[in-house]
Design a binder for this molecule. Structure first.
Ligand code: ADP
Ligand code: MG
Length: 736
């Protein structure tokens, strides 16, 4: 291959058509090329595949990619083949192939054509395959979805635990790479130990989602709460997760009866029904999907505005994945979980029939969920801490975006009690879990306490003045703050950290613990708040917004263009704030230029005028004076340059910009509603067929997202740049 002299950037462009690496991709690729063991932890969509695909393509030999599902494998292989010229660049080797196919795959590998060989762990386990792999040059082994190794992951697969053994059977010196989107330190340490790669270089991206708002509500009259919430946010898309199929159907029905456009989704429906319901959600024919966690894997609706966990989730990993489907476009995303300790007990009961080890794991995962539900600290901080990330609740991105931050729990000075707590933990040699520690503190003579004779210890009952709930809260909070930790190996025994030992040696003057919310009285308040909240509302007029969205849908069907082409969400929201009633006023709305105002504006301002008159609404006074989008000097130069048909590369050069930056600026201009005619440039650069195809794509698309377009259209035929240029043309012509 000619790749040996290529730079990484050139290779990226050549094979994938991408202009730049995403996040830490470049460093990861370099690390693999250096022959080191590499561990990649990035959120879903972070671009992990490229981290092994690119080095596999560049290096001599064949990389083995281990992936859990045949369907996933096939997908991946197809997508790589679409980059290259030869289909034999990537193969999968698994039980779905016949003898002839297997022979073909093996000969392609032997002949050095195949750079990536996808396998499931089961096939790697077969002696004939191991023998074969020993006879060829292997560049490295990549274990994708590596959380499958860990019992603590949400998708544990026992056969994944034998991977290292098999690799050793081929060649002990082969570098190993692991990739996952599950970020908990437990899973991470499990993976590294199991793959014997504790010294691997670890690349971990941040998992923070600053636009999501996290909230836990007591599960009292949950249907009522749910219906109220959805009605107050009518027209917005949301997902409701339930644990059982039965509950899914029940809730969907309840919502429907209450006039909410909702559908059920779970694995019990046939494929046709599932995909129909999914499409109706994507096309906004229904607002709400009620689903088991089976829903969402392939869903990429950018404007899901709320995700409700009707039942407590089984693990925080799962919870975080599911809430992650809200607000992908960076806009509003409310994550509400209903919490009732009884649900936890129910889940624990279900575990009883299972093997002991599995029970312990399940219980531990559930404990973390309970801690999350009961915590007083910022939910975001808790979640990120859980994923091993530190985050500052004052200055961190996404501060004040959870119920506990907005409505803090009561603070209690706990320094004296903390000293007692440490006394008991140390006094019992750091060998017990929180429940036992609290029993000793409180002086509860349980059978375990007497077994260890702690009832005769001087520690027994030294903290009996303090409520057990407060002890629990203190322990949870001390863990989150890093003074204590729960040992993984021993399923949750409380240990003192280095920070905790410092605390003991030099106790601070103060240690604040937050009291748990009093759910009962809180609910009484919440209830009246919810009932009265109709009039209070946010700054935005939700009723008007809903009408505007309906109108947008109607217009979009009339004009046969996707809704986002008419007006994007932020524009409608701004209208619901500002009540524009003339075309001139409309031009002042975010994302609305004069082209767009004239093209689509009339029915909208008419609707708003009617609405304002009917409801006696006092419109904001500053509406008319609000200035037009601030056009900086650079923007003005670009717009004028394009008017004079100066080649875009020259405009970029004159302004000292990378071409990429210029594109970004053009996108800003377009998205703020101004028209740009760059046909003169596009016609020179991109042939007509392609132009048509991209135009047709965007006419049908759900979202104006470039990455999605690239995925759909195929990155062997298109570069990101081409699609961006054509999107600018499209939005300019159709939307503005
Ligand atoms: P993950 O496995 O981490 O969930 P993928 O490897 O499937 O993510 O990548 C997610 C998306 O990001 C894909 O559509 C991929 O084409 C795109 N992508 C990856 N790297 C880049 C890059 N450097 N530039 C642009 N897009 C990228
Ligand atoms: Mg992946």
């Amino acid at each position: 291959m000619k790749t040996t002299t290529m730079s990484l950037d050139e290779a990226l462009k050549e094979f994938f058509g991408f202009d730049s690496f995403k996040g830490m991709q470049r460093d990861v690729v370099q690390c693999v090329l250096d022959g080191s063991d590499t561990f990649v932890i990035m959120p879903t969509g972070g671009g992990k595949s490229l981290c092994y695909q690119l080095p596999a393509l560049i290096q001599d030999g064949t990389a083995i990619i281990i992936s859990p599902l045949i369907a996933l494998m096939k997908n991946q292989v197809d997508s790589i083949r679409s980059f290259g010229t030869n289909d034999n660049i990537a193969h999968f080797l698994n039980s779905s192939l016949n003898k002839t196919e297997i022979t073909q795959v093996k000969s392609d590998v032997t002949d050095g054509f195949t750079k990536m060989l996808y396998m499931a762990p089961e096939s790697l386990n077969k002696q004939e395959n191991l023998d074969f792999l020993r006879s060829v040059k292997i560049s490295f082994v990549a274990v994708d979805e590596a959380h499958c190794i860990s019992e603590w992951g949400h998708d544990f697969r026992p056969e994944y635990r034998r991977i290292k053994e098999m690799i050793k059977g081929i060649d002990v010196t082969i570098p190993v790479m692991a990739l996952t989107a599950t970020a908990t330190p437990k899973v991470q340490s499990d993976i590294q130990k199991n793959l014997a790669m504790v010294d691997a270089k670890v690349f971990k991206a941040s998992f923070n989602r600053p636009n999501l708002f996290y909230e836990v509500r007591p599960k009292i009259e949950p249907e009522k709460q749910l219906i109220r919430y959805i009605k107050e946010h009518e027209g917005k898309s949301g997902i409701i997760y339930c644990l059982s199929r039965k509950k899914v159907e029940e809730i969907a029905e309840t919502l429907q009866v209450n006039g909410i456009k909702a559908l059920a989704y779970h694995a019990g429906f046939d494929a046709g029904t599932r995909s129909r319901h999914q499409d109706m959600f994507l096309m906004e024919d229904v607002d709400v999907i009620v689903a088991t966690i089976a829903f969402g894997m392939g869903i990429d609706k950018p404007d899901v505005r709320f995700v409700v966990h009707y039942d407590i989730p089984k693990s925080l990993e799962g919870y975080y994945q599911e809430t992650g489907r809200a607000g992908r476009d960076g806009g509003e995303g409310r994550c509400i979980a209903f919490y009732d300790y009884k649900d936890v007990e129910k889940l624990e009961k279900f575990m009883h029939g299972k093997p002991v080890a599995e029970q312990e794991v399940g219980r531990q995962l559930l404990d973390e969920v309970v801690s999350y539900a009961e915590t007083a600290i910022s939910r975001r901080k808790f979640l990120l801490n859980y994923f091993g990330e530190s985050w500052d609740e004052v200055s961190g991105d996404g501060a004040n975006m959870d119920d506990n931050s907005v409505n803090p729990k009561e603070k209690v000075e706990f320094i004296t009690e903390m000293k007692l707590l440490y006394k008991v933990i140390k006094g019992t040699k750091e060998r017990f879990k929180s429940k036992h520690i609290i029993n000793v503190l409180a002086g509860n003579n349980t059978s375990e306490v007497s077994t260890y004779r702690h009832n005769t210890s001087e520690l027994f009952g030294i903290g009996k003045e303090t409520d057990a709930k407060m002890w629990m809260a203190a322990i949870r909070q001390a863990i989150v703050k890093g003074y204590l930790y729960k040992d993984i190996e021993t399923y949750g025994v409380l240990k003192v950290t280095a920070m905790g030992n410092d605390f003991i040696a030099n106790p601070p003057d103060s240690f604040i613990v937050h009291k748990d919310h009093d759910y009962i009285s809180q609910l009484k308040n919440a209830d009246s708040v919810i009932i009265n909240s109709k009039s209070s509302g946010a700054a935005m007029d939700e009723v008007l917004l809903k009408l505007l969205k309906e109108l947008r849908k109607k217009i979009s069907k009339q004009k046969n263009v996707p809704p986002f082409v008419v007006f994007q969400d932020p524009s409608l929201q701004d209208m619901a704030n500002q009540y524009p009633i003339t075309i001139d006023e409309l031009k002042n709305i975010q994302g609305v230029g004069s082209g767009k105002a004239i093209k689509f504006g009339k029915p909208f301002i008419e609707l708003i005028l009617d609405y304002v008159e009917e409801n006696d609404i006092e419109r904001p006074q500053d509406m008319v004076v609000k200035s037009v989008v601030n056009k900086s000097g650079r923007k003005v130069y670009i717009i004028q340059g394009i008017d004079r048909k100066i080649p875009l590369v020259d405009i970029a050069k004159t302004k000292g910009m990378e071409f990429d930056e210029l594109l970004e600026e053009l996108e800003h201009i377009i998205d703020s509603g101004t028209r740009l005619n760059i046909d003169y440039y596009i016609n020179d650069e991109i042939d007509e067929d392609k132009q048509d195809e991209v135009h047709n794509y965007f006419m049908e698309a759900e979202s104006p997202d470039v990455d999605e377009a690239l995925e759909e259209l195929g990155s062997d035929d298109y570069t990101t740049e081409e699609i961006r240029l054509l999107r600018i043309k499209f939005m300019s012509e159709i939307a503005n």
